[in-house]
Ligand binder design. Structure first.
Ligand SMILES: Cc1cc2nc3c(=O)[nH]c(=O)nc-3n(C[C@H](O)[C@H](O)[C@H](O)COP(=O)(O)OP(=O)(O)OC[C@H]3O[C@@H](n4cnc5c(N)ncnc54)[C@H](O)[C@@H]3O)c2cc1C
Ligand code: SF4
Length: 329
């Protein structure tokens, strides 16, 4: 591990001032991803700014019925929060499907959103990787691709985004509050993460020194039900091969409101807008669910080792929607 300086920020503004403009500075939250990268030699920031004691560790009700989640709220606390369990079961289930109890006790909301890909080549500095070292090439293309993307990838990177929590938040239309050198701004969660394009080293739209301070969830859609389903290689302690977060409201057998986000298939939590467009106003039955997911998967470009993700995604989405629509009756 390279030597680094350690500082503890007294308030969010000081944290941003300490980090602004320098790719050599990183915020330290739970450390469950960043410290791994320091040890592996994947990241080597000269300064760590500890943000764990900033006053960003509460979950608060908003006047409109939504919820504000502080950036340093631990994943375990968020999953257990009564308002999350009652109003946003898709989020509670996504959180509980991630990592292990010990890691969830340390992992934070901001850190979970900004954790980096689990692509094995990214985590191995002895291999070429455009995300770790721009311009060196992508070892995954033509290599081991079981965990890689089928949607929205590029010739420069086919990595997937690993967070379960982010997929649920994408389906909930969450808004991310960011403090940067120019002040505060709000970024929709679906616009936070980037497609790889020709700059796969940039995971998000954030600039160096931008601090996530909180995430707002809008009020739960009235009458809607939600679910998070995740398929993985082991029953626990494993990242998603494919996951789906779905929020559905059916009335009189017709889909009135639906939001679907997919995990494990793209460089970002993948909001399935094409599927949603097919579903709204249509009959809530298997034929329509299948047509909707096929519209989304029409753009899929599987690689050698991940072709199974196309039928897996289809069946996972159809069964999630079927389950939610049955509960509606
Ligand atoms: C064995 C193992 C299994 C796992 N399985 C899963 C899984 O199945 N599903 C899943 O979703 N995750 C899984 N994880 C990942 C885990 O959830 C993440 O490591 C964790 O959520 C990261 O949060 P953290 O607070 O520890 O972030 P850190 O490691 O502290 O930070 C991660 C990154 O975010 C930046 N950062 C942190 N907070 C902020 C902020 N507020 N503003 C700006 N930048 C910030 C840091 O500078 C760093 O770059 C697993 C991890 C391990 C080790
Ligand atoms: S898929 Fe992306 S992260 Fe993985 S080796 Fe290729 S460039 Fe690197």
């Amino acid at each position: 591990m390279m030597p680094f300086d350690y500082r503890r920020a007294p308030d969010p503004e000081a944290a941003v001032a300490a980090a602004t403009g320098s790719a050599e500075v990183a915020f330290l939250a739970g450390g469950t991803n960043l410290v791994d990268h320091l040890k592996l030699g994947v990241a080597a920031p000269g300064v760590l700014v500890d943000i764990t004691r900033l006053p960003l560790d509460t979950v608060d009700a908003l006047p409109d019925g939504g919820l504000r989640i502080g950036a340093t709220v631990r994943n375990a606390d968020l999953a257990a929060h009564p308002a999350v369990r009652r109003d946003y079961p898709v989020l509670a289930r996504a959180l509980l499907s991630g990592a292990s109890g010990q890691i969830r006790n340390l992992a934070t909301t901001g850190g979970n959103l900004l954790q980096r890909t689990r692509c094995v080549y990214f985590r191995d500095p002895s291999t070429p990787c455009n995300k770790r070292e721009p311009g060196t090439g992508c070892s995954a293309i033509g290599g081991y691709t079981r965990h890689h993307a089928i949607l929205g990838a590029s010739a420069h990177c086919v990595a997937t985004h690993p967070s379960d929590m982010a997929v649920a938040m994408a389906a909930l239309d969450a808004q991310v509050a960011v403090l940067g050198a120019a002040g505060r701004r709000v970024v929709p969660l679906v616009g936070l993460h980037r497609s790889p394009g020709d700059e796969p080293h940039r995971d998000t739209v954030l600039a160096p020194g931008d601090l996530i301070t909180s995430v707002d969830l809008p009020p739960p859609p009235p009458g809607a039900r939600s679910v998070y389903r995740k398929v993985r290689d082991r029953a626990s302690f494993a990242f998603a091969l494919v996951s789906v977060a779905a929020v559905l409201r059916v009335e009189g057998g017709v889909v009135r409101d639906v939001r679907i986000a997919l995990g494990g298939v793209a460089h970002r939590p993948w909001r399935a807008r094409r599927a949603e467009d097919v579903l709204v106003g249509a009959r809530a039955d298997d034929e329509v669910f299948r047509r909707a997911v096929d519209a989304e998967l029409a753009g899929a470009a599987p690689l050698g080792g991940n072709r199974f993700k196309v039928p897996l995604t289809r069946e996972l989405v159809v069964s999630a929607l079927r389950g939610l629509s049955r509960e509606e009756r």
